[in-house]
Design a protein around this ligand. Structure first.
Ligand SMILES: [Zn+2]
Length: 196
């Protein structure tokens, strides 16, 4: 079934680029006036914030990045390579209390949204720990009266978004903004599951 999200919609993802990789089709078809929240500041890829903001502006959506450093130590204070930094410094845990506090600080009130969309419990494509944490956190914070949707890789789900060839091209162009040096940019059809 073609999924039509009830507005107002809040899309909350863990990292810059997750919004377009996981929800690009939804954004391109329905994203005008949505609020897109990125939960963390990626300390070693700060430049990607501008792509996040450009895409939001282009789609007519509000973008906000919560003031949460993805890792507790800044890269500049770490003695080692980026690879060592990523593998040795664990990510901050995205707990319900942390996300709630940071949303409030940003002036975002969950209760103002009819629909909240976020990661899947399995952590999606790369199984990232913060994707899993955010899935759990939003299922705690979102009330029963609201619609909660999770990204899904399971094509057996009945909810999906279809896009036109033009929208597909635009989505790929947005993904390439983040990944200009990758020859093979991944695209996947978008499926969602309804959370509780
Ligand atoms: Zn991510």
């Amino acid at each position: 079934m073609e999924l039509l999200f009830e507005k107002p919609v809040l899309l909350i993802v863990a990292h810059w680029e997750d919004e377009i990789i996981h929800a690009g089709s939804a954004l391109l078809t329905q994203g005008k006036d949505w609020t897109i929240v990125c939960a963390t500041i990626c300390n070693y890829r700060l430049f990607t914030k501008k792509h996040f903001e450009t895409i939001g502006k282009d789609l007519g959506a509000r973008t906000e990045t919560l003031n949460i450093n993805q890792r507790p130590i800044a890269l500049k204070d770490f003695k080692g390579t980026i690879q060592q930094y990523v593998s040795q410094v664990p990510c901050v845990e995205l707990t319900p209390s942390l996300i709630m506090q940071k949303l409030l600080n940003t002036g975002i009130y969950l209760r103002n949204y009819a629909t909240i969309i976020t990661h899947g419990f399995d952590g999606d494509i790369n199984g990232h720990i913060q994707h899993k944490q955010l899935a759990k956190t939003m299922s705690v914070l979102v009330s029963k009266e609201q619609n909660l949707y999770h990204f899904s890789w399971n094509k057996l789900t009945k909810l999906f978004i279809t896009i036109t060839p033009e929208q597909y091209e635009k989505k790929m162009a947005y993904i390439r903004l983040y990944k200009p040096f990758e020859n093979r940019v991944q695209h996947r059809p978008e499926f969602y599951i309804q959370g509780e």
